[in-house]
Design a protein around this ligand. Structure first.
Ligand SMILES: O=P(O)(O)OC[C@H]1O[C@](O)(COP(=O)(O)O)[C@@H](O)[C@@H]1O
Ligand SMILES: [Mg+2]
Ligand SMILES: [Mg+2]
Length: 315
């Protein structure tokens, strides 16, 4: 049995970097426990309400953020925390060498219906400043809270998958996740069809045409609505995920966040042999202009991502 600590020791000589990942993994164990019992404790679907003990109830997004803040606050290696749930970057008292950017609870609209959600994180060096391109990441990962609880990690080599056991230990269950180059499965919110640009519309129409279209094969569509769950499926068996720029999200720059959704997922997908783009440039090359910047995201099996890029290159 290979544990998370065994794997970290083999992956990096930097014990501080390893400790940041251990802190995120510990946050995941705590968040998993909160999610398991949230309905019992009346924490599902209520914000600003008061529970039976008369305590103010906090949304699970906020509870998850507090857990990460507390775990990282105890780690001397962490200098700065950027979170979807906090307007400003927080300078940690320890003034450590690492920045962590996190979406503490991704897919939270799925909580009410007991569908997989996750925690996403990216690790950068403090010396590079807050606005570093994804290519500068030192490590990235996510925790998927599904039927099994998985921690998926990449430092700079292979993408590894761990599963939480009954003793709250992370056990390595896949040493090298690999995204196949080709796929017949795509993920996009098709209810946004009327807002799409020509490239997205063109690509999806070809897929819907299946074996009668230019792709010459039948496709299937899957959309969980939790990026973590959709990306996990792609890491496990291939596929493509699209949250493109559309006429409704254009003014904001997209839907998903660059620092703590797009970049860590792109880092993992590329590490597993896949590809990640905005449609017009490599996601990992984008230099952020703000910590909560949004970005179009297209990632997954390389042949499919290249097909979308070809559509964008047409105009
Ligand atoms: O509501 P839509 O258009 O299906 O968007 C779903 C996307 O939004 C997200 O839920 C955004 O994440 P948060 O839940 O962290 O805000 C992604 O996980 C998911 O891919
Ligand atoms: Mg999210
Ligand atoms: Mg979130």
């Amino acid at each position: 049995m290979t544990t998370l600590l065994d794997w970290l020791r083999a992956q990096t000589d930097d014990a501080d970097l390893g400790s940041v990942i251990v802190s995120m993994a510990a946050s995941g164990v705590e968040i998993a426990s909160v999610l398991r019992q949230a309905a019992i404790k009346g924490q599902i679907g209520v914000v600003g309400a008061v529970n039976v003990q008369g305590e103010a109830q906090k949304a699970l997004d906020v509870i998850s953020n507090d857990i990460v803040l507390n775990q990282l606050g105890q780690n001397p290696a962490v200098g700065i925390l950027i979170s979807e749930e906090m307007d400003e970057a927080v300078e940690m008292a320890n003034q450590g060498r690492f920045i962590v950017a996190t979406d503490p609870l991704d897919g939270s609209s799925n909580l009410d219906v007991n569908v997989t959600v996750g925690t996403i994180f990216s690790v950068l060096g403090v010396a590079g400043g807050l606005l570093q391109p994804g290519r500068a990441q030192l490590a990235a990962g996510y925790i998927a809270y599904g039927p099994a609880i998985n921690l998926v990690l990449r430092i700079s080599g292979d993408v590894a998958v761990f599963t939480l056991d009954d003793a709250d230990q992370w056990v390595l269950t896949q040493a090298k996740a690999s995204v196949p180059d080709s796929t017949a499965e795509y993920a996009i919110n098709t209810a946004r069809d009327r807002f799409w640009d020509a490239a997205t519309t063109g690509y999806v129409r070809e897929n819907v045409a299946g074996e009668t279209g230019p792709a010459g094969k039948r496709y299937n569509m899957r959309w969980v609505g939790s990026m973590v769950a959709d990306v996990h499926r792609i890491l496990m068996r291939g596929g493509i995920f699209l949250y493109p720029l559309d006429s409704e999200t254009r003014a904001k720059g997209g839907r998903l966040r660059l620092l703590y959704e797009a970049n860590p997922m792109a880092w993992l997908i590329e590490g597993a042999g896949g590809r990640a783009t905005t449609g017009r440039e490599s996601l990992l090359e984008v230099v952020p202009t703000g910590i909560h910047q949004r970005i179009p995201v297209i990632l997954g099996s390389s042949e499919e991502v290249k097909r979308v890029e070809a559509w964008y290159a047409r105009g």
